[in-house]
Design a protein around this ligand. Structure first.
Ligand code: HEM
Length: 248
């Protein structure tokens, strides 16, 4: 195994040929673009509104539902098993409890997501069925993001929404991860232990770029959806916005 790894190192002109280094380098520009979407900029300025956060939760729910169901179904696939950490990482139940907090028990009937979220979901279902080795790209993009910038975003959300407790914010909390940095190191080493052909590795890197793009499209679509709601709100005294902003 060491020999294989060293052989791959020799073949690469990059600073490092570990998957974790390559995936970070391959998605660097996309990360900058994701950070600079209007939604993420509002976030960083502490200007996220309850309405924005609530619609974002619906999309995250749909995305994690597809991601985690596909990871579960493929948990013994050799390219999934090393990076399968449901105890530490799974977000679906946290999202369900946050949605219940904000929308009440019948939240499921209220789920509304834009077209980009549907496309993201569909992509996850397709690769789960046809190319499970690409799931690592999606798991990396979401979970390592949640354990990085996501931790700061959690604090900002609490402050911006004026929430006094952690209620409604379980998405950001990882009780099974005591040190996000150490866990990220472990995750990277597990990613690097996945045996992939050069062709598969290239496909994973491409998929990670696409995963970032899908996230960017979701943020942009949500932003548009909310602008429409706000415009309708202004011209029709709130009738349109009520669809997205129903209170608990
Ligand atoms: C890593 C910030 C949005 C995915 C990071 C890191 C920071 C950060 C500070 C740590 C960098 C390092 O350790 O070198 C932010 C901020 C965001 C944001 C402020 C928006 C306001 C996103 C989004 C995604 C994402 C939308 C993807 C959906 C990632 C990933 C990593 C990461 C995968 C791990 C990189 C690696 O170590 O390989 N982010 N991020 N981030 N972020 Fe973000």
């Amino acid at each position: 195994m060491e020999t294989l790894k060293s052989a791959r190192k020799d073949n690469s002109g990059e600073a490092g040929s570990d998957l974790s280094d390559q995936i970070k380098a391959a998605t660097k520009e996309n990360h900058v673009r994701a950070e600079n979407t209007q939604l993420m900029l509002s976030y960083q300025k502490g200007q996220i509104t309850l309405q924005q956060y609530k619609v974002l939760l619906f999309s995250l729910y749909e995305i994690y539902k597809a991601l985690e169901e596909e990871l579960d179904r493929n948990s013994s696939h050799p390219a999934v098993a090393p990076i399968y950490f449901p105890q530490e990482l799974a977000r679906l139940e946290s999202l369900e409890s946050d949605l219940e907090y904000f929308f009440g028990q019948d939240w499921e009937k209220r789920v509304i997501v834009p077209a980009a979220t549907q496309r993201y979901k569909q992509r996850l279902r397709t690769i789960g069925q046809e190319n499970p080795e690409l799931l690592v790209a999606h798991a990396y993009t979401r979970y390592l993001g949640d354990l990085s910038g996501g931790q700061v975003l959690g604090k900002i959300t609490q402050k911006s929404l004026g929430l006094s407790s952690k209620e409604g914010l379980s998405f950001f909390s990882f009780p099974g991860v005591s040190s996000p940095n150490r866990f990220k190191q472990l995750y990277r080493s597990r990613m690097n232990s996945v045996e992939l052909t050069e062709e598969e590795k290239a496909a994973v890197l491409e998929e990670a770029v696409d995963a970032f793009e899908l996230n960017i499209q979701v943020f942009d679509d949500l932003q548009k959806m909310l602008s429409v709601a706000t415009e309708t709100d202004q011209s029709r005294s709130g009738a349109g916005a009520a669809r997205f902003a129903a209170s608990p």
